[in-house]
Design a protein around this ligand. Structure first.
Ligand code: PMP
Ligand code: GLN
Length: 380
């Protein structure tokens, strides 16, 4: 029988984490921190549960959290979304993406994605009856070629998805990209979905060019973020979507019948944490920059060649000096034979570029974990 998602198997993250366990490998594959969440946040979560905040929250999220998100957005990007009509709390960025796509993509609509892109985008588009149109990023810098994007626009283009800082490469959109993007969208009714889950993990004094900074762009955008990345708690699955009222109304139609609401105690905990310790997200870039710098220096003692990492918590490495295997085979070999898990890039593409020899390593790890991985990688 015909299945709805014939191209889809088990995600590469699950496959590689399973392989890590089977082979006792150091897991730098799936992106999650192996260190603790902030103490204040855990205490706030426990307190919320003890205080009986355990039932359904309002469908759009508790007001205190939506207000905290709005105020934080103003502090970061100089724009205060309306907490009631423009901020929706959902179960992770994954739900935000799914809801946004299902809210606006109709059968036959085209959605432009920039390859490599996060692997949940295309299945969401396909389940909505849409068609993902893949436009490649530069194979080395992972910068968009806006002329290529423009060439991909048709009368059926309903949405364009962007992601900065970018998974898997860490590349970031700059002010020139924003200008080109604005010009490209002007005069069209294309909706922008901006995946900004790594918004606070930016390095070397760079500025995160949130779409929320730009009135013309945010008029037509769903902007998605996730507390999983910002607060080291990927398993809590709380995220949010900011969008103008007309778009948020549509998003909420999907959200209310998808999950209705998200884990209530965590919403109380984040509301408290955002207000009480803004320094946590303000210092996140510096926190991860130290890890990035140390890890990159260590990689120079191996045969893997690190690519630049402007943001996010992934390091791409060129492994062509070690092996001529394709990336899926290389990552499997690295895990099984060498005891280090990496993620191949090919699952992030509609059609992977032939001959690409890149793998992704996650450095959101304790020094001991990274040291153990490096010790093994030095033996390649
Ligand atoms: N978008 C990107 C680019 C991601 O890397 C991730 C998760 N790592 C998500 C979305 C999904 O985030 P969440 O876990 O909050 O659903
Ligand atoms: N986003 C994480 C990554 O890129 C994985 C999330 C997941 O496993 N679904 O590694």
């Amino acid at each position: 029988p015909e299945t709805k998602l014939p191209k889809v198997g088990t995600t590469i993250f699950t496959v590689m984490s399973q392989l890590a366990i089977e082979h006792g490998a150091v897991n730098l594959g799936q992106g999650f921190p192996d260190f603790d969440v902030p103490t204040r946040l855990v205490e706030a979560l426990a307190r919320a549960m003890q205080e009986g905040k355990n039932q359904y929250s309002p469908m759009t999220g508790i007001p205190a959290l939506r207000q905290a998100i709005a105020a934080k957005t103003e502090r970061c990007y100089g724009y205060m979304p309306d907490a009631d009509s423009e901020v929706t709390v959902v179960s992770g960025a994954s739900e935000a993406i799914f809801d946004a796509v299902h809210a606006v993509v109709r059968p036959g609509d085209e959605v432009i994605v920039l390859d490599p892109c996060y692997d949940c985008y295309e299945p969401a588009i396909e389940l909505a009856g849409g068609v993902a149109v893949h436009v490649p990023l530069d194979p080395r810098s992972f910068a968009p070629d806006w002329q290529l994007v423009r060439n991909a626009v048709t009368a059926k283009t309903r949405m364009l998805m962007i992601n900065s800082p970018h998974n898997p490469s860490g590349a970031m959109l700059d002010a020139d990209d924003i200008r080109a993007l604005t010009e490209l969208l002007r005069g069209t009714d294309i909706i922008l979905l901006s995946d900004e889950v790594y918004e606070h993990i930016v390095f070397d004094g760079a500025i995160h060019e949130s779409v929320l900074r730009y009135p013309e762009l945010r008029e037509r955008a769903f902007v998605v973020s996730s507390f999983g990345k910002t607060y080291h708690c990927t398993g809590w699955k709380i995220g949010y979507c900011i969008g103008r009222p007309a778009l948020s109304v549509e998003l909420r139609k999907v959200h209310q019948y998808n999950t209705f609401c998200s884990f209530t105690p965590a919403q109380w905990a984040f509301a408290e944490m955002i207000e009480a310790q803004p320094e946590h997200y303000e210092q996140l870039g510096a926190f991860y920059q130290e890890k990035r710098d140390r890890f990159r220096e260590q990689l120079l003692t191996t045969k893997l060649k690190p690519l630049p990492v402007p943001g996010g918590y992934f390091q791409l490495v060129d492994y062509s000096a070690v092996s001529d295997l394709d990336d899926a085979a290389f990552c499997r070999w690295l895990t099984v034979e060498k005891g280090v898990v990496a993620i191949p890039l090919s699952p992030f593409y509609g059609a992977p570029p032939p001959g690409q020899r890149l793998a992704r390593l996650c450095f959101a790890k304790n020094e001991a974990t990274l040291d153990a991985a490096i010790e093994r990688l030095q033996k390649l």
